[in-house]
Ligand binder design. Structure first.
Ligand code: ADE
Length: 234
């Protein structure tokens, strides 16, 4: 049976997953608590990485090296960038990049990591399809988009930065970890997908919306994950 690594940055994003695990065995590494057990009939390791790209990179590499996971999934909330997207909707990553990687002073385009073969990391198409089908079944009241996730160590909460991210990258949502997981997974040849529910619109009203809608948004990602896991059993 395959083993799935599931990573959320914040406690709220993983708490209900950990509660639903059977026979979970906890181990702490790099200050992060890893729970290995059975989740919705699949072998899984669930972990809270903490916020930001560095935490996510460390966490993903531990899942690869210590737990030898067969795939990694990042779940959580994000700020909406795509024009039609609404609070509570879901974005499943087509690919992911780091919007705050900026070596423009040496002539590189924003988002390009000098010296790397690629800077845009493509999600596993089978995982994307499975998650999209699952979402349409369990969350019929919302829209589910497959699109680009842009990550950076910034909470995006102003209209000008939002406009810039849309213009430069065509991002569907902005968050703070996904592309770091994507980079580590790609370098280790491990399939990945990022699943994010929209908690705010990454604009001037982002902080207020975030505090109001975060909880509801997480309910959508948890339902989607459960349905995706059950699909894998078939
Ligand atoms: N996570 C949720 N909303 C976000 C935003 N607006 N910017 C970055 N990360 C987020």
């Amino acid at each position: 049976m395959v083993c799935i690594g599931v990573i959320g940055a914040m406690e709220e994003e993983v708490a209900s997953l950990i509660k639903q695990m059977d026979d979970a065995e906890k181990k702490t590494m790099a200050g992060m608590s890893f729970y290995r057990g059975t989740l919705w009939k699949q072998q899984a390791v669930v972990v809270q990485s903490g916020i930001g790209k560095v935490n996510m990179a460390i966490c993903t590499q531990i899942l690869v090296d210590v737990y030898e996971v067969d795939m990694v999934i990042n779940t959580g909330v994000a700020g909406g960038l795509y024009k039609d997207i609404r609070l509570g909707d879901i974005v499943i990553s087509s690919d992911a990049l780091q919007h705050d990687m900026d070596v423009g002073g040496l002539g590189y385009e924003r988002g390009v990591i000098p010296g790397m073969k690629e800077s845009i990391f493509k999600a596993d198409t089978e995982l994307v399809e499975m998650a999209k089908e699952a979402c349409e079944i369990v969350n019929p009241e919302i829209n589910c988009y497959v699109g680009r996730v842009v990550s950076g160590d910034q909470f995006i909460s102003d209209n000008a930065t939002k406009k810039e991210l849309v213009g430069l990258f065509g991002g569907y949502c902005a968050e703070m970890e996904g592309a770091a997981m994507a980079q580590v997974a790609s370098l280790n040849h491990v399939p990945f997908v990022i699943i994010r529910a929209i908690s705010d619109n990454a604009d001037d009203g982002a902080a207020v919306a975030y505090n109001t809608f975060e909880e509801q948004a997480i309910i959508h990602t948890v339902k989607l994950l459960a349905a995706t896991f059950l699909k894998m059993n078939r």
